[in-house]
Design a protein around this ligand. Structure first.
Ligand SMILES: [Zn+2]
Length: 92
């Protein structure tokens, strides 16, 4: 099982939708799925979500670590580039 480290939510990174899942028991992941990755807390390395697919771990999914109380958000959501053409890419 590959492991991915989440990242700490930034101050002012206001949740637009969804909620923060709180890990009640540090020994039990909040989510358990059939995906490819374990997601661990950026601060203490605690497993917050087990066997999840990246498609599910979007920015909407926030997990508060039961051990250190850091609110984590998935770090590796592919950032969709703004529709900004590369300079000099054919135009003008
Ligand atoms: Zn933690």
């Amino acid at each position: 099982m590959a492991q991915r480290t989440m990242r700490e939510i930034r101050a002012g990174e206001v949740p637009i939708d969804g909620g923060t899942a709180i890990q009640e028991d540090p020994d039990r992941p909040v989510f358990r799925g059939n995906g490819s990755y374990d997601y661990v807390c950026v601060s203490c390395g605690n497993v917050l979500a087990q066997a999840m697919d990246p498609e599910y771990m979007t920015r909407r999914v926030r997990l508060r670590c039961g051990r250190c109380r850091t609110v984590n958000v998935s770090a590796d959501v592919p950032v969709t580039p703004a529709r900004r053409p590369r300079p000099g890419a054919g135009e003008r």
